[in-house]
Design a protein around this ligand. Sequence first.
Ligand SMILES: Cc1ncc(COP(=O)(O)O)c(C=O)c1O
Length: 1013
Amino acid sequence: MFLRPFTQRSVSLKGISSAGKVQQSMLRPFASTVARQLELEQNQNIPDKLKASDFLLPRHIGITPAQEQEVLATVGNKTIEEHLEESVPDSILTTNLSDMFKHDFAKVGEIRSEFLYLENLKEVAKKNKIFKSYQGQGFYPCLVPNVILRNVLENPNWYTPYTPYQAEIAQGRLESLLNFQTMIADLTGLDIANASLLDEATAGAEAMFMAYSQFNKRRNVFFVSDQTYKHTIEVIKTRAEPLGIEVVVGDPNEYDFSDREDIFGVLVQNPGINGNIQDWSAKAEEVHKSKGFFIIGSDVLSLTMTKSPGEMGADIAYGLAQRLGVPMGFGGPHAAYFAVKEKIRFKLPGRVIGVSQDAHGNRALRMAMQTREQHIRRDRATSNICTAQALLANMAAFYGCWHGPKGLTNIAERINYQTHILHDKLTELGYTLHTHKDSMFDSIAIDISNEDLTKDQILSIFEDHEINLGVVNDNTLNVSLNEATTLADLEELITVFGKVKGKDAHVDFENTSYSGIKDSLKRTSEFMTHKIFNSLSSETDMMRYIQTLADKDIGLTKSMIPLGSCTMKLNAAVEMIPVTWPEFGNIHPFAPPSQTEGYMQMINELSDYLMAITGFEAISIQPNSGAQGEYSGLLTIRNFHKANGEGHRNICLIPTSAHGTNPASAMLLGMKIVAVKSDKNGNVDVEDLKAKAELHKDNLSCTMITYPSTHGVFEEDILEITETIHKYGGKVYIDGANMNAMMGHSSIKTIGGDVCHLNLHKTFTIPHGGGGPGMGPICCTKELEPHLPGHAIIPIDGRTKHAVCSAPYGSASILPIPHAYISLCGEKGISKSSALAILNSNYMAAQLEGHYEILYRNKNKKNAHEFIIDTREFKKTAGVTEEDIAKRLMDYGFHAPTVSFPVAGGIMVEPTESEPKIEMDRLCDALRNIREEIREIEEGKADKTNNVLKNSPHTVQVVSSDEWNYPYTREKAAFPVSWIHSRGKFWATVSRIDNVYGERNLMCSCPPMESYE
Ligand SMILES: Cc1ncc(COP(=O)(O)O)c(C=O)c1O
């Protein structure tokens, strides 16, 4: 079923043995050279000295082989194998790699040379055909401003940071995300926007859930306009069914909603799939009469010209910000936007950036309303969104800054003008159009039911001209113009429409007229009047603004980011390079399969790798984040039970130590969550699990287990846990966020899992982007395969239902990243990655032992790839909290580890395999030094409230001020250890942020223009 890589290689091999083939390969010398070189590289009999040496693996690994011995000695082991044996339970440890990778992984081989990998992937990418795409349906070619491409998308200062939980060292991206929120709130005419959601279809589904949850299950009908994108309707249906929501799809104009007290919400879309924009004001009023919620999905660019959703009475507006300077990328990643009225802001899904102040009263930004977030509220969360699409929201925000309101309007009007010309010409040619010229934006729907040619014949004429049109249904085609449409493109488009009719068609651009949209739909309100959208006119300004923001943040370019549970490993440059290749960027997600062969080859190879690593037989690449993977995996289990006549099985057992997205995902599926206790060692309390599985055996759907556990331990009892669940007819969902501890020496199948997600943005090197993108594909058993997500427009292995996001393969354009990592490291390299991730974690724990208490280790006193430091004692002895330690680390130039998860009062450290020994040593040194600073408070040498920890982080403003009233020196504040001088001092730009002030004075957009006057 799967295409194998290196197909060119076998072609060229045959070529050598037959004269005809040699000639053929000489005709295509480049392709065969790469293939031939790969072959030679893998020939064991050729001396290594003759071969390439630009390997990724030794660069991906942070420590040298000599240091590995030192590190092993510190943890008391002689070999890495011995160390693994002490860390991983015997019952699940597989050291025989060929057993482990029996799923064809071994056959695909390795390309260790970075240069050759890119050459080879380029050949694969070239199998994608870049046609002019007028398919629309939410995805549009656009012009990525080069200044943003180079300084943001291709810049590790922007793509390597984590979600801005540590706000003091994240002011740059927080400011940019605030710009995004401001732009969206203004464009939609609503009070508050988030930053951001995963894709348009899930944003539509989130809107439904938000409206639904306002009624506390008292209403269960959701009305969706039949003018909504098919993929959005499909995801809404996926999300509605498990909650018992009835989705009615129809023409809202034919309904009177004023007394429909069963309907909790009505969703419409502008423009609709027929290209028309409608003023929904009267309909919104009608829905409000019955207290329902009115939701408008809008094309983001059209909002510069048309009355906003807020002005039409919408309570919620959603859509996609892709066409604001983010490539289509065969479906993503892109940021979806979401905005609401003030009164419902507490149920807003996703992350919201807010304005607060720091300890000195300076303006400072932070993530607001965190108490709504899944990681705190668990099954009472407003959504399961964790990783979102921060990098893409930042790109869109910079696009807004670059063009400003006038520039955006000009782009929109140019598109609209071109669409007018096309409308005139199509009418002249005798086409029947569903779209009204005075109420359209960029799209025209053409009725082809009375054409002489069939839909497929018409499409194939366009394909001959390397043009793709959209298909609305068998009788309707769609053409959507975009920012990248040139006049020459328009001319060609019109000519081909003429050809279909057997007529010559020309356009005289010098004699065209433009009437725009009708007055009643026109936007009259101002938007994006803030200084930031009206001041960056030169590229110099723009470049410096982007850089100034980046300088405020800690990404992997500045320090290790030892966030437990997040696996902030190297995102190697070679892995990132293909992401911005046009062959991957400029492909519409619904492009005909004949044009996406390169993508499919790469995706199939990656799928093979991931199945091999997890031990499973089936995969869905679709989910756009780890939490979406959880949702999809549970949905797959749910649908499996349903298909077996056991739809009543809806109990999900979740350990209390689980990440908050686990219960939040189960909640979105209407499952009943039963919490399982942890024992004193932090492990799942097996007796409690057994008792609860037995108690709920008739309705047991599944359990969700994180392995190794969120406490950073390979639990010994895992097989007993999974066997218990299976005994009672349940399935085992494994949260694979910690897969970086397992690759190559155990698998999810080995530990008894039925389905798992993998966070490709953790273990598999997709950078975290400051809060996304991410990818959470799920792997499962053959038995569950028929129930995996499908796609309504591009069926996946014949599956058309249960889509979980807009595009068939999710955020496909970032898949080359894990593909590169796994291909370049090979099976031995990824196993080595995991082994060293565990070793480094034990090394750091050993360095800190005696200074801090390390929680939860196994019987050999070993932890997995992360470990937890207990800081609870310090609260009693010195009034110091885990937060104080996290903020003080900023003075040492470090991003803090994970705080308060999974243990309140804990700090969880995960070094990964990519960190150099010197950096790990420095972090240990900083933490030991901080311990001494705590001791000074304990011993009364330092004040309990006025000390280096409580006053951290110390900004340059504080340290360089003429006034210095602190009971310690400036040096102690900012340069507490000597190596900070040589390493280069990182300065937090704000002091400790006042969270309470931010919540009390909630403000989630940029200050208005007047505040600058
Ligand atoms: C253990 C665990 N599970 C699930 C998730 C959710 O993944 P995502 O953020 O990709 O939605 C996380 C994220 O940090 C995690 O640590």
